[in-house]
Write a protein that binds this ligand. Structure first.
Ligand SMILES: [Cu+2]
Length: 138
């Protein structure tokens, strides 16, 4: 056996090892792509509030949340709040003095409010102050 005869075998072994290492890297990068899938729902959620200004927009009140929490309408447009919770809610401007107020909405009730002046209007539910939302008028 001459040492020269062994070298090609060593090279093959090294190639095989590096191929295994590359395979392991490929697996870990596919794990990264599954975390990208986790970001997809965020993109869907942003289409609710960040889209182009509409003349009419709807906010659903469900599970003690305004959905979407931020909504954009054109100046002169209307926002309609609909309560689907069994508890009562309101959408009440938190500005002083109050700019708008749906007053109490019981389950299944809805109320439309028109917004004439451009601006950012924050609001909350007077029964559950942690429920907060924003109307952006453009
Ligand atoms: Cu409420």
């Amino acid at each position: 056996m001459s040492p020269r005869g062994l070298r090609p075998l060593l090279l093959l072994a090294l190639l095989a090892l590096s191929a295994l290492a590359l395979g392991a890297c490929g697996k870990s990068s596919s794990g990264g792509s599954s975390s990208q899938g986790g970001a997809a729902p965020q993109a869907g959620a942003s289409s609710g509030g960040g889209g182009p200004a509409e003349a009419a927009a709807k906010v659903t009140i469900a599970s003690y949340k305004f959905m979407p929490a931020s909504i954009t309408v054109k100046a002169g447009g209307t926002v309609t709040w609909t309560n689907t919770d069994s508890d009562r809610h309101t959408a009440s401007s938190d500005a002083e003095p109050r700019v708008f107020d749906t007053n109490t909405l019981n389950k299944g009730q809805s109320k439309a409010v028109s917004f004439k002046k451009p601006g950012t209007y924050k609001y909350l539910c007077v029964y559950h102050a942690f429920m907060q939302g924003t109307v952006v008028v453009k």
